[in-house]
Design a binder for this molecule. Structure first.
Ligand SMILES: [Zn+2]
Length: 113
């Protein structure tokens, strides 16, 4: 008797659909496709790689799986841009605060420019 269990991996040893962007070795959520090839009308061969621990796997995925991974990548990119924007704002605010403090302390002179 064969017992079916839910696996994180498909037959090719690659992660299953819901977790393509999650590394099965270190749980990093930044797994990315580093190579891909369209094999049939609705299938893609992907080589996935974790930038954290260098885990990688090959797998064949249908359009729905690839679309979901693309959405995860786009969401991650949007979050990274938002973090970058906030960091830039924080750095700018810090510079303005230090410049204001230096002006008030008469530490900035005309010859500084
Ligand atoms: Zn990893």
């Amino acid at each position: 008797m064969r017992i079916h269990t839910q696996s994180r991996f498909n037959d090719a040893g690659a992660p299953a659909i819901a977790t393509l962007h999650v590394c099965p070795r270190c749980a990093c959520e930044l797994v990315q496709p580093v190579a891909w090839e369209q094999t049939a009308s609705d299938r893609c061969l992907l080589r996935l790689e974790c930038p954290n621990c260098r885990w990688s796997a090959h797998g064949s995925y249908d359009r729905r799986q690839v679309d979901r991974l693309e959405q995860q990548l786009e969401d991650g990119f949007a979050r990274m841009l938002e973090d970058l924007r906030r960091l830039k704002q924080a750095n700018t605010a810090d510079r303005v605060e230090r410049f204001t403090a230096a002006l008030q302390a008469d530490l900035i002179l005309p010859e500084d420019f």
